[in-house]
Design a protein around this ligand. Structure first.
Ligand SMILES: NC(=O)c1ccc[n+]([C@@H]2O[C@H](COP(=O)([O-])OP(=O)(O)OC[C@H]3O[C@@H](n4cnc5c(N)ncnc54)[C@H](O)[C@@H]3O)[C@@H](O)[C@H]2O)c1
Length: 260
């Protein structure tokens, strides 16, 4: 549907789940995509799909929660393709062991979740901005969450990181609007990815999936491609007057009042 021919795109946490669907979506639309991830085998498997796509996916191993990792990723995209047009700050973690009331959450776990989910977006943006400016503009899309808008129990670090991402989205949109850099976020509901599946022991049963689907008025969880499609739209010229906004892709979850 979209034409991203010749565009250079970075996707963090791109080897699995939502990130993988975003990488595939851009590459099918003709883009050069750098998939940045710590999971080497999954990243290499994704890059191997390139031959069948209109564009290409190159894999870069990096921990984007570190300054060195973020710089490596941006430098590789720019040295490989000569610039950067679109940055997808998609990476996020919510380890099973982190589902705890705040007073029991180890400080190291708080630090790691904030570093991966929030600081990585700052670092990736910091190193990308000069290259987006050099192109005369660009787009940054952050993967936030409905948990940045409303709360659940025992996810203090995750919820704080996602609220932070939404605030950062607004902030960056204001800061770089005159550089023609648009900054947007998506708020997925529950999506069928390794992150969600890892919240239970073994393979989730049909009953578990049905239970996960219940809070969504559409009655089911999303597939990663349903989030990626919205990311591609937001990055496209069809969304050229959108910035500083977040879009819920949640099967109606955020539309529901407590009385519904
Ligand atoms: N799955 C859901 O239900 C859901 C809902 C709302 C929001 N989200 C958000 O969507 C985004 C993607 O989530 P997902 O479900 O696809 O997750 P996922 O676990 O399926 O994939 C995340 C990828 O990030 C990589 N990664 C983790 N830490 C990294 C680091 N420091 N540096 C580089 N790569 C790293 C992992 O190796 C993995 O490949 C996250 O920001 C998540 O918070 C997910």
């Amino acid at each position: 549907m979209f034409d991203f021919s010749g565009k250079v795109v970075i996707v963090t946490g791109g080897a699995n789940g939502i990130g993988r669907a975003i990488c595939r979506g851009f590459a099918r639309s003709g883009a050069h995509v750098l998939c940045a991830d710590m999971n080497q085998s999954a990243g290499e498997a994704l890059a191997a799909e390139s031959a069948a796509l209109a564009g290409e996916i190159v894999f870069c191993t990096a921990d984007v929660a570190t300054s060195a990792g973020a710089q490596t990723v941006v430098n590789q995209a720019v040295s490989t393709w000569g610039g950067l047009d679109i940055l997808c700050n998609n990476v996020g973690i919510q380890p099973k062991e982190a589902y705890l009331p705040a007073h029991e959450l180890p400080e190291e776990m708080w630090d790691r979740i904030l570093a991966v989910n929030l600081k990585s977006a700052f670092l990736m943006t910091k190193y990308s901005i000069p290259h987006l400016r050099a192109r005369g503009g660009g787009v940054i899309i952050n993967t936030a969450s409905v948990q940045g808008l409303q709360s659940a129990k025992e996810v203090s670090a995750y919820a704080a990181s996602k609220g932070g991402i939404l605030s950062l989205t607004r902030q960056l949109a204001l800061e770089y609007a005159t550089d023609n850099i648009r900054v947007l976020a998506v708020n997925p509901g529950s999506v069928d990815t390794p992150l969600l599946r890892a919240t239970v022991e073994g393979e989730p049963t049909a009953e578990m999936r049905a239970e996960w689907g219940k809070p969504h008025p559409l009655g089911r969880i999303a597939q990663p491609e349903e989030i990626a499609g919205v990311v591609l739209f937001l990055a496209s010229d069809d969304a050229s007057f959108m910035t500083g906004e977040s879009v819920c892709v949640d099967g109606g979850m955020m539309a529901k009042g407590a009385w519904a």
